[in-house]
Design a binder for this molecule. Structure first.
Ligand code: NAD
Length: 258
């Protein structure tokens, strides 16, 4: 049976866990050969092995998305090991140090810079190297991962993360318009409450309390699955969305709608 991504090659950052891992699986299940990039060798190579056991062609490359040489290497490895690069999901992003929480007058500049770096710099570096390859080799489709916090006030997320994720939306639009006529589409999703290990940094009880508090602010009052974020990314990379570029798609249970 033919699949929609048969013959295509995808690169996914942050592919060792959470939304990135689910995205790598979604691409693989739709027929793509997948390069999983992550700073954490154990989880990234483990996820690649899991996908191979599930019948996919999947490889792992260690990559710190903050380092330009690592991103360039990840793109080169994708092309040399899997033959091409058609699809990319730039999933790396986080809130670092003391950046979480509403009281921005108490926050450090180090947390601000680190959070902007992991959200914006990493995505810029990915776009730069992915696009450079795609415009020379028949185009492609890229999805960045913003956040609901880039759209509406989410006090838990903090000023740095919210501002960086808002900036990522404009970075997406800028790239989309610049490269539209050169065959590259660029879109982004804005996830709502999607429980991953990022929530569990302060322990299971605090995580559960935060998840139920936040889910209550969604219109659809349940947590979102990582595979639901991955399905949106896959659709934005598919031919079905051929006329969609520069788009921000909230996958947030309707939070941003009210
Ligand atoms: N989970 C949510 O509810 C939610 C909501 C909105 C936005 N997001 C965004 O979704 C994306 C993924 O979040 P998640 O919750 O799946 O995260 P996660 O914590 O489950 O996984 C993050 C992965 O990124 C990897 N990573 C961290 N730093 C890296 C780096 N410098 N280079 C390469 N890999 C690195 C980690 O090793 C890990 O495998 C992030 O951009 C996040 O801001 C998540």
């Amino acid at each position: 049976m033919t699949k929609e991504f048969d013959g295509k090659v995808a690169l996914v950052t942050a592919a060792g866990a959470g939304i990135g891992a689910a995205t790598a699986r979604a691409f693989a299940q739709r027929g793509a050969r997948v390069m999983l990039a992550d700073i954490d060798e154990e989880s990234g190579s483990g996820m690649a092995a899991t996908l191979r056991e599930e019948g996919a062609e999947a490889q792992f490359v260690r990559c710190d998305a903050m380092q330009e040489a690592d991103i360039a290497h990840a793109v080169n490895q994708t092309v040399s090991q899997l033959g091409r690069l058609d699809l990319a999901a730039n999933v790396v992003g986080d809130s670092i140090g003391d950046a979480n929480g509403p009281d921005m007058h108490l926050k450090s500049v180090e947390g601000w810079d680190a959070t902007f770096g992991i959200c914006i710099r990493s995505t810029f570096l990915c776009l730069k190297h992915e696009i450079a390859h795609m415009i020379e080799h028949g185009g492609g489709a890229i999805v960045n991962v913003s956040s609901l916090a880039g759209l509406v006030y989410v006090p838990e997320s903090g000023a740095a993360y919210s501002s960086a994720k808002a900036g990522l939306i404009q970075l997406t639009k800028f790239a989309a318009v610049t490269y539209a006529e050169r065959g590259v589409r660029v879109n982004c999703i804005a996830p709502g409450v999607t429980p991953t290990r990022a929530y569990y940094k302060r322990g299971p009880e605090a995580a559960q309390a935060q998840i139920s508090r936040m889910v209550d602010r969604q219109a659809i009052k349940r947590a979102i699955g990582v595979e639901e974020q991955a399905a949106a990314i896959a659709w934005l990379c598919s031919d079905e969305s051929a006329m969609v570029t520069g788009h921000l798609m909230p996958v947030d249970g309707g939070w941003a709608a009210h």
